[in-house]
Write a protein that binds this ligand. Structure first.
Ligand SMILES: Nc1nc2c(ncn2[C@@H]2O[C@H](COP(=O)(O)OP(=O)(O)OP(=O)(O)O)[C@@H](O)[C@H]2O)c(=O)[nH]1
Ligand SMILES: [Mg+2]
Length: 292
């Protein structure tokens, strides 16, 4: 937590907090749901495949089959999509590169589910149970695309989706076909208190409620990363130069976009909002902020 002095001086900028109470409950719910399922479909955001993973998923999902779905690959750097796929395969985890919105990459899913659950299916058969569907939990951070994935697979809007965290409120079973049932769950932000950089990246992609986030600070942090990893993107989109520090860059963006308060002072908050929206929507280009 920040002290009051730190807050005033703007120190300790890189800490984005969320509510532990809410999370403990979420993790407990995930534990309960685990007892109902055979398979975890773990959605991760292709722009931050590391920070968008649940650090406890190995423990929570012990004994369950698992498929990692690298989602929103249309917003991520194609070069790194491939590298992340190799990374997960190298760890012995089945993985698919997908776009839940268009359904790209999803054709292979049914076959892969049968493959990773073959033991369970064999076990069922040996006990005389035929045609019991595989039950899969769709898990992942808020806003990663869980409900969109389910709708794409079902071919109809059976769950509610939206471009903000916290759209799905309770759990819901969806029967896709006679061999697969999916459990939609509310997104969970995992307890990564020790890792402020992960919290920051989760805020970049819109997994945290913007109302609890200092938007200007977040934009400055994003600019610092873009300056290093994708310097041309910002120059091209806003016709600005980087200047000495990122605060100057944000000011330049505000000028270039006419963000003014009462026609005089620069409205940095508004400029920060524009930058974050553009990044989230992919208007700055396809970007991956984490390397395997
Ligand atoms: N560009 C792009 N957008 C996607 C993709 N998948 C989902 N989205 C968008 O991401 C937003 C969030 O999708 P949801 O399916 O509601 O996310 P969720 O994981 O169910 O979120 P919660 O219910 O809040 O936990 C929506 O605006 C979707 O259209 C994708 O592969 N690419
Ligand atoms: Mg949802």
């Amino acid at each position: 937590m920040r002290t009051e002095t730190e807050e005033k001086e703007g120190k300790n900028r890189n800490s984005y907090h969320w509510y532990p109470g809410h999370m403990t409950k979420a993790v407990r719910q995930m534990q309960e749901n685990m007892s109902l399922i055979d398979l975890v479909l773990e959605l991760v955001d292709a722009r931050i495949p590391q920070s968008s993973r649940n650090p406890d998923i190995d423990r929570l999902g012990a004994g369950k089959s698992r498929i990692v779905l690298l989602n929103k690959t249309d917003l991520a750097d194609p070069e790194y999509n491939g590298q992340w796929v190799s990374f997960f395969r190298g760890k012995g985890i089945s993985v698919l590169e997908i776009n839940s919105k268009t359904g790209a990459g999803l054709k292979a899913l049914n076959g892969l589910v049968q493959e990773v659950c073959s033991e369970k299916i064999k076990r069922d058969r040996s006990r005389g149970i035929v045609n019991r569907p595989v039950r899969a939990m769709v898990a992942g951070i808020p806003n990663v695309g869980k409900s969109t994935l389910i709708n794409s697979l079902a071919g109809r809007a059976c769950t509610r989706t939206g471009n903000k965290p916290g759209v799905t409120k309770g759990k819901q079973w969806i029967r896709l076909n006679k061999s697969l049932e999916l459990l939609d769950t509310p997104g969970i932000l995992w307890p990564r208190f020790e890792d402020a950089a992960a919290g920051m990246k989760l805020a970049f992609i819109g997994s945290m409620n913007d109302e609890i986030i200092p938007v200007e600070e977040l934009a400055l942090d994003l600019l610092a990363i873009l300056k290093e990893q994708y310097p041309d993107s910002v120059k091209k989109r806003y016709q600005v130069d980087w200047g000495d520090g990122v605060t100057e860059t944000l000011e330049a963006i505000a000028r270039s976009r006419g963000c003014l308060i009462r026609g005089e002072n620069l409205d940095l908050r508004k400029a920060a909002g524009i930058l974050l929206d553009d990044f989230r929507a992919g208007r700055l280009g396809r970007m991956t902020l984490e390397r395997p």
